[in-house]
Design a protein around this ligand. Structure first.
Ligand code: GTP
Ligand code: MG
Length: 357
C-alpha cells in the first residue's frame, strides 16, 4: 500500500504550526507517524532526547486527531464497527505459506496479515528457520509457483541476534526450485546491535514498509537485546514498558498496512512459567514478559524439539484455535516442511506424552 503516509501533518485541522515543527523535529513527518506514536514516549523523548517538550495530554490529543484523520479516510478501522464491517476487513487478510502444508493448515492457511504471530521456543527449536523459510515462501501465492508477478512485495527481516544467513535463503530457494536471486532481492535485512537501535527502527518502520512495499516484517528476536540490556528485577518495569511501546506500534502497523508481523522470542525452560500460566509465580520476570507479549500478539506459537530435525509447533494462544493444537514439522534443506510420514506415525506417542504441551 503506498500513500498511507501522504497525509501531511499540515492537513490536520487545528494543529498549531509550532507544534507541527516540534513534531517534525522529533521525527514525526506524517499523520501516520503521529497516529502510531505513543504519547508518553513522545513527551519524554527517545534515547537521543528527541521529545517534543509538550505535556502528555496535548500530545494525546494530537495523536487522537491523527487517528481520526486516518479513520475518516478509511485507513484505520473505526473504534466501533458493525460485525459485517469487521468481516469485510477480514476478507482483505492475506495468508503467507510457511513452506509446510501441515504448518499452514495448523495456522488455518498460513501466517496471517493484520496480526502479530509470536514464535517462541528454546535455542535450536527452529524459530529462525521458520523466519528464513518465510523469506522464500511468503511471496508464493497459491498454485502460482514463482511469486505474484509485477509489483512484488518484499520482506523486512530485522535481525537482532546476527543469525540471518543469506546462504540459507539461497539454499532454501534452490531446494524448492525457485529463483533464488529474485527472492533474495526482495528480502531487506536490518542488522540491529542494541535495544535503542531496535526501538528507533520500529518507531520509523512505516517508512521502510512503504519504501520496500513490505508485506511481512520479521523481528528475530524481539526481546533478546532488551533482556540483555535491562537485566534484573530493578530494570523490569522499564524493559516491559519499552517492549510494550514496540509491540503497540507493531500491532498498529500490521493493521494499517495489512501486513503480517512475526516476532520470535526465546525461552529457556518451563514454557508454562514463560506464558504466565505458572501457579508457583516462581519466575515473574518471564511471566510479565509473557503478559505484555500475550496482549499484543494475536497468535502465540511454541516450538519444541522432537528429535534431530523434527519439531512440534503448539498453538498457545489464538482467537481461532483450540488451545494447544499442535503439528509436527521438520527442518531440511528446504527450510521447514512437512514431517516425513515415519514421523507422522509417532503422532500418537506425541499426543499421549505432550498433554500439557
Ligand atoms: P535460537 O535463535 O538459538 O534461540 O534458536 P532458533 O529457534 O532460532 O533455532 P534455529 O531456527 O536456528 O534452528 C536451528 C536448527 O535448525 C539446528 O539445530 C538445525 O537442526 C536446523 N538447521 C539450521 N540450519 C540448517 C540447515 O542449513 N539445514 C538443515 N537441514 N537444518 C538446519
Ligand atoms: Mg534464532
Amino acid at each position: 500500500m503506498s500513500g498511507v503516509s501522504d497525509l501531511q501533518l499540515e492537513d490536520l485541522p487545528g494543529v498549531e504550526p509550532h507544534l507541527i515543527s516540534k513534531l517534525k523535529r522529533a521525527g514525526i513527518q506524517s499523520v501516520l507517524d503521529l497516529a502510531v506514536s505513543v504519547p508518553h514516549e513522545l513527551a519524554i523523548g527517545d534515547y537521543e532526547g528527541n521529545g517534543i517538550a509538550a505535556d502528555v495530554e496535548t500530545i494525546s490529543e494530537l495523536v487522537m486527531r491523527a487517528q481520526k484523520a486516518l479513520t475518516d479516510s478509511g485507513i484505520l478501522t473505526k473504534e466501533f464497527c458493525t460485525a459485517d464491517e469487521v468481516l469485510e476487513r477480514r476478507k482483505s487478510l492475506v495468508r503467507f505459506t510457511t513452506g509446510s502444508a501441515n504448518l499452514d493448515a495448523f495456522l488455518k492457511g498460513g501466517v496471517e496479515t493484520q496480526a502479530i504471530t509470536e514464535i517462541a521456543g528454546e535455542f535450536g527449536s527452529g524459530k529462525s528457520q521458520i523466519c528464513h523459510t518465510l523469506c522464500v515462501t511468503a511471496n508464493l501465492s497459491k498454485g502460482k509457483g514463482k511469486g505474484r508477478g509485477k509489483g512484488l512485495d518484499s520482506i523486512i527481516f530485522i535481525d537482532t541476534e546476527n543469525t540471518f544467513r543469506p546462504e540459507r535463503i539461497h539454499q532454501i530457494a534452490e531446494a524448492r526450485g525457485l529463483d533464488s536471486e529474485e527472492i533474495m532481492k526482495r528480502v531487506f535485512v536490518c542488522k540491529i546491535n542494541n535495544s535503542a537501535q531496535l526501538e528507533a527502527i520500529i518507531r520509523n518502520l512505516s517508512k521502510s514498509i512503504e519504501q520496500y512495499r513490505a508485506k511481512l516484517v520479521i523481528v528475530d528476536s524481539i526481546i533478546s537485546l532488551h533482556r540483555a540490556e535491562y537485566p534484573g528485577r530493578e530494570s523490569l518495569a522499564e524493559r516491559q514498558q519499552r517492549l510494550n511501546v514496540m509491540l503497540h506500534k507493531l500491532v498498529r502497523l500490521a493493521e494499517i498496512y495489512n501486513i503480517a508481523i512475526i516476532v520470535t522470542n526465546q525461552v529457556q525452560s518451563q514454557p508454562d512459567n514463560f506464558f504466565g500460566n505458572s501457579n508457583s509465580g516462581a519466575d515473574s520476570t518471564r511471566a510479565s514478559g509473557g503478559n505484555i507479549m500475550g496482549h499484543a500478539c494475536t497468535y502465540r506459537i511454541f516450538l519444541r524439539k522432537a528429535g534431530h530435525d523434527s519439531r512440534i509447533a503448539i498453538m498457545v494462544d489464538s482467537p481461532y484455535h483450540h488451545a494447544y493444537d499442535q503439528v509436527r514439522f521438520t527442518i531440511s534443506e528446504k527450510g521447514v516442511e512437512n514431517a516425513a510420514a515415519a514421523d507422522e506415525g509417532n503422532k500418537k506417542t506425541l499426543e499421549s506424552s505432550e498433554s500439557g504441551w
